[in-house]
Design a protein around this ligand. Structure first.
Ligand code: ASP
Length: 349
C-alpha cells in the first residue's frame, strides 16, 4: 500500500514536472526604461499613468518589431530611443531637464555586446537624437567619447538632424529648474530662444524628482546583446557636470559574454560603482543569474552607498531583469513568444 502510494506520488510529480517544463529561451528580447525615481500611485493622476503606460507600450512594440523582423539589437535600441527622445514625457531629447544656465546638455551612449564597440557623447546641444550621435561616434570615428562643441561639430559633419536649442524646451522642465534654482539661492536665467512652442505632454508628465533617463537593452535573433542610454542629466546641473549615462561601464555596458545593462538614477553613485559593468562581471565571473547580479549591485551596493535608481538588463541566453531601489521605475519588456509587459510601481511584476 505504502509502495503504491509512493509510486503514485512519483507519477504525479513527474506529470507536474512535464507540465511545468520551462518555456524555450526567447531568440529575441527587449527591455526599456523611462527613468526611476519618486513615482508612486498616489502621485500620478489616472491620465498621467495612462500616458506613461501608452508611451512605454508604443516604444517597446516598435523595438520588438525590429527584432521580430530579424533586425539587430543595435538597430532596435536606436529606433526605440528615437521615440523616447521625441516624447516630452521623458528626460531625453525633447523634454530634457535644464542646466542651471537654462541649457539642455544631452548625454547618450551605446555599446555593442558582439564587438565591445562603444560610442558616447556628453553635453551635446544641437542633435535631435543624441543616441544616433553616440552610435555615429562608435561607427564613424576612431573614438569612444566626444563632448560639447566637438560633439556638436561631429554631429553636423555626419549629417545628423540638427535642431535649435529651443527645440528641447518644455515648460514643466523649466518650472522644475526655477524651483531648483530658487531652493538653492541661484539666479533664474532667461528662457532660451524658441522656448514658446506648445508642449503636447503638458499636464500628462509626472515630475519624478530632479532626474529621469531613458534606456534600452536588447537581444537579437543572432544572439547578440546591446545597450543604449540617453538623458538630459539632472535638473540644475552646473560646471559641465556629466552623469553615468554616457560613461561606458557605469550607465551602459554590453558584452555577449555576460549581459547588457542600461541604468538610471543619481549618476554620481553609478559612476563610483561602475554599476553596469559590475552586474555583467558578476554574471561572467561569478556565474550569477542576471536577476541575482542586478539585485546584488542595485539593492545592496548602490543602496549601501546612498545612491538611488535602477537598471534594466538582458543576457544572451534570454534572461531579462530589472532592479531599482526607488519607489518606481517606468519599465517594459517584450520577448519572442511572451506578452509585452509594462510596469511603473513597486507592487507590479
Ligand atoms: N543617470 C542620469 C544622470 O545622472 C540621470 C537619471 O537617470 O536620472 O545624469
Amino acid at each position: 500500500m505504502r509502495v503504491l502510494t509512493l509510486a503514485a506520488t512519483i507519477a504525479v510529480l513527474m506529470t507536474s514536472q512535464v507540465q511545468a517544463a520551462p518555456q524555450p529561451a526567447p531568440r529575441w528580447a527587449i527591455v526599456v526604461h523611462g527613468g526611476a525615481g519618486v513615482i508612486e500611485r498616489s502621485q500620478l493622476t489616472p491620465e498621467q499613468e495612462k500616458a506613461y503606460r501608452a508611451a512605454m507600450t508604443r516604444v517597446t512594440q516598435a523595438g520588438a518589431k525590429v527584432l521580430e523582423d530579424g533586425g539587430s539589437a543595435m538597430d532596435a535600441i536606436e529606433a526605440t530611443i528615437h521615440l523616447l527622445e521625441d516624447d516630452p514625457l521623458f528626460n531625453a531629447g525633447r523634454g530634457a531637464v535644464f542646466t542651471a544656465e537654462g541649457r539642455n546638455e544631452l548625454d547618450a551612449s551605446m555599446m555593442d555586446g558582439r564587438t565591445l564597440a562603444a560610442g558616447a557623447v556628453a553635453g551635446a546641444t544641437r542633435t535631435r537624437h543624441p543616441i544616433s550621435l553616440a552610435r555615429a561616434v562608435m561607427e564613424k570615428s576612431p573614438h569612444v567619447m566626444l563632448i560639447g562643441e566637438g560633439a556638436n561639430a561631429f554631429s553636423k559633419a555626419q549629417g545628423l538632424e540638427q535642431v535649435e536649442p529651443g527645440y528641447f524646451f518644455t515648460e514643466r522642465r523649466w518650472k522644475s529648474l526655477e524651483n531648483f534654482l530658487k531652493a538653492n539661492g541661484l539666479p533664474v536665467p532667461a528662457k532660451p530662444a524658441g522656448a514658446d512652442q506648445p508642449d503636447p505632454a503638458n499636464g500628462l508628465a509626472h515630475d519624478e524628482g530632479k532626474h529621469g533617463t531613458v534606456g534600452v537593452v536588447a537581444l537579437d535573433s543572432r544572439g547578440d546583446v546591446a545597450a543604449g542610454t540617453s538623458t538630459g542629466g539632472t535638473t540644475g546641473k552646473r560646471w559641465g557636470r556629466v552623469g553615468d549615462s554616457p560613461i561606458i561601464g557605469a550607465g551602459t555596458y554590453a558584452s555577449n559574454t555576460s549581459c547588457a545593462v542600461s541604468a538610471t538614477g543619481t549618476g554620481e553613485y553609478f559612476i563610483r560603482l561602475t554599476v553596469a559593468r559590475d552586474i555583467c562581471a558578476l554574471v561572467e565571473l561569478k556565474g550569477m543569474s542576471l536577476q541575482a547580479a542586478a539585485d546584488e549591485v542595485v539593492q545592496k551596493k548602490l543602496t549601501a552607498l546612498g545612491g538611488d535608481g535602477g537598471i534594466i538588463a538582458v543576457a544572451p541566453d534570454g534572461q531579462i531583469a530589472w532592479s531599482y531601489n526607488t519607489s518606481g521605475m517606468y519599465r517594459a519588456a517584450a520577448a519572442e513568444g511572451r506578452p509585452l509587459t509594462v510596469g511603473i510601481y513597486k507592487d507590479e511584476p
